[in-house]
Design a protein around this ligand. Structure first.
Ligand code: IPM
Ligand code: MN
Length: 404
């Protein structure tokens, strides 16, 4: 173990880095640059293993990642940091996108049931909603976190296929339905199971998160359940479980919304939202929409959390058309490192990691409020590298104040 960690009696964190495809590799380079600064100037230490993976890797090698990668993520990683997965024309023989093992296989195979997606507008960032009322927008109006169920729902079949492939490919029992009454001809279908256990754990996670946010900020948090329980049975169960669990947290205000109306409220009254819990596919869609409130996908970071494992990733994809151009915004990846430090801190009761998470948050927030250079998506001309350098150097200054 690294000497400085022994001195602090803290573990060295094993971080597995999966850069993945396209611009995923570029933003991960910047995220690692920031991690290096924390290693150099704080008591934190990382043991990093980088594993190539994704659609591009599949086109080169016929594999989505090297053999043993899933086991490495499962058995030898305190945290996983992922760039982006997906590359045009990289398809498996069964038609699924190549690289699915490395993202969906991990979400399902490591039981990462809560996909936590904070949506916060930093002062100085241009948000993307334009119109006659934009002058009343204040950054503090947008500060919420969407918690997306991450292991079932409409993703259920693909998640299982990906996890089974990642674990070495034992066969799943397909659900066979001979005939869909009322439908003729060719039919493809995606079952959308929602279970009591799956709902319960992600909803409980969301309540606990609301409690933590309350303790941290001193601001009372409301929790909103978003579903389509007027139409779907799975959602009816989801909402029933939400109501049951709400009885255990009488001090937390709750509200409920159908996903269609929610999309309107999200954009119209974001200040009403604190913690929002949604089934898988609704969470996928709503988080892309919500990102416009924080400056776009280049700003959206996420944490995939389970009871025994955690994975962090920018919400955006691999943007093939910008790949190799040093153009895309690395903040979502850098803020994913912030989430990683924060979660390592709370999981391991490590004040140093929590302090480092706060320092990284301060560095990002000061970068914007002080008019630091930004990439094209935020109206600037800076490169990916330049933004990464700027955040790394702000972190270095803050770390020298804190730890020397
Ligand atoms: C996301 C992405 C993934 C998803 C894709 C890449 C499979 O869109 O993380 O939101 O649909 O979950
Ligand atoms: Mn998505």
């Amino acid at each position: 173990m690294n000497e400085k960690r022994v001195q602090w009696l803290m573990p060295e964190y094993r971080v597995t880095v999966l850069p993945g495809d396209g611009t995923g590799k570029e933003v991960i380079r910047e995220a690692r640059k920031v991690m290096d600064v924390f290693e150099d100037l704080s008591p934190l230490s990382f043991k990093i293993t980088e594993i190539p993976c994704g659609g591009e890797y599949y086109l080169e090698t016929g594999l989505e990642w090297p053999e043993g990668s899933f086991e490495h993520c499962r058995d030898n990683s305190d945290a996983i940091l992922l760039g982006a997965i997906g590359w045009p024309d990289a398809k498996l023989p069964n038609g699924d996108n190549a690289g699915g093992q490395c993202i969906l296989g991990l979400r399902s195979g490591l039981d990462l049931y809560a996909n936590v997606r904070p949506v916060k507008l930093y002062e100085g960032v241009q948000h993307k909603v334009h119109g006659m009322f934009t002058d009343i927008w204040e950054p503090e109006l947008v500060d919420m976190v969407l918690v997306r169920e991450n292991t079932e729902g409409l993703y259920h079949s693909l998640l299982r296929r990906s996890a089974q492939a990642a674990k070495g490919g034992e066969k799943d029992e397909p659900i066979v339905i001979e005939k869909f009454p009322g439908l003729d001809g060719e039919v493809e279908w995606d079952p959308r199971p929602i279970s009591r256990n799956g709902s319960e754990r992600v909803i409980r996670f969301s309540y606990d998160l609301a409690k933590k946010r309350e303790a941290r900020t001193g601001v009372a948090q409301k929790i909103t359940c978003v579903d389509k329980s007027n139409v779907s049975r799975g959602c009816r169960l989801f909402r029933k479980v939400f109501r049951e669990i709400s009885n255990e947290y009488p001090s937390i205000e709750t509200s409920e919304a159908f996903i269609d109306a929610f999309t309107m409220w999200l954009v119209r009254d974001p200040e009403d939202l604190d913690v929002v819990v949604l089934p898988n596919m609704f969470g996928d869609i709503a988080t892309d929409l919500a990102s416009v409130l924080q400056g776009g996908m280049g700003m959206a970071a996420s944490a995939n959390i389970g009871d025994n494992h955690m994975l962090f990733e920018p919400v955006h994809g691999s943007s093939p058309k910008y790949a190799g151009k040093d153009k895309v915004n690395p903040i979502a990846a850098i803020s994913s490192v912030q989430l990683m430090l924060d979660h390592l801190g709370s999981r391991h009761d490590d004040v140093v990691a929590t302090t480092c998470a706060d320092i990284l948050e301060t560095a990002v927030s000061q970068h914007f409020s002080e008019g630091g250079d930004v990439t094209y998506d935020l109206g600037g001309e800076a490169t990916t590298t330049e933004v990464g350098d700027a955040i790394a150097s702000r972190c270095a200054n803050l770390l020298r104040e804190q730890f020397s």
